[in-house]
Design a protein around this ligand. Sequence first.
Ligand code: P6P
Length: 340
Amino acid sequence: MAKELISVHRFINMEARKYPQATGEFSALMREIILTAKLISREVTKAGLADILGMTGDSNVHGEEVKKLDEYSHNLFTHILKYSGHVCAMASEEAEDLLLGPTYTNSGKYVVLLDPLDGSSNIDVNVSIGSIFAIYKRVSEEGKPGERRDFLQPGRDLIAAGYVIYGSSTMLVYTTGQGVHGFTLDPSIGTFVLSHPNMQVPDVCKIYSVNEGYYANWTEGMKAYVQRVKGLGPDAMEKPMSGRYIGSMVADFHRNLLRGGIFMYPGTVKKPEGKLRLMYEANPMSFVIEAAGGYASNGKQRILDIQPESLHQRTPVFLGNREEVLMVEEYLQKYDAVEA
Ligand code: P6P
């Protein structure tokens, strides 16, 4: 008996029926995100052809302005979502400040944060990249423009979060906090189909993902933990983990979610806050990993409990199997005198 084909739209409708009070606005917002994902997927898959098609520099053979793909993705997300009627304001890695104003809907209940195309530098070498999104319900008065406080909420208060990975296939993975579900784009019908229902972090942590090129800049605690997972030093694991690092957060995250692993982007002695952004990288991915049974920490505390202070603030990120991430906290506390 062939497996039943459940489109993401049917899935969203099924989920909405579980909440009698649902107005359908969140479902409608998700459908706009899905439309955007399809359009970006189409552009990403032909990105490698840019030079061949003469789409180099600022204009293509038709004289149309050609933007970099991350700028293109940003423009597409913001254009589609601001006219959705459900978003009063947005924030993006590609924009210094809040995105709001007359074209946004002051009556919109939601604000959306985006990393429109994370890891976009990997496009030129045909490595998987992704879009990351995070959705909060506004806390400011409906009917008025969105405000900064609508965004500066702890990640634990997210309504939904997820990512789209543009890889050997295009997949949408998202959660509203109740289970994590994966949908694979079937290009022949132009629809995301439920392929990975109820994704859970595997119990065994087999993979560690970190850029070891920064080893010399790590704290002693970070060095000691990585030595352990590599089977070195006094705490050596009996069966060392495999090292896997793509350098594209969505790709590393997705593989670890499926196979079991810990993803780390630590701070360094000189840059204790690390590189990744709290609001549109760490928080959404932490929301997903915790809904899948994992845990996410900045090395001292749960990422989702961090009270944000600015849109683009950075944070160290350790996420994946709960016990491994807790182990990192122990190492950093033990070796780096990191206060709890
Ligand atoms: P590094 C991509 O630029 C990114 O923001 C994440 O997707 C990725 O995990 C990280 O930076 C890679 O950074 O310093 O290891 O190249």
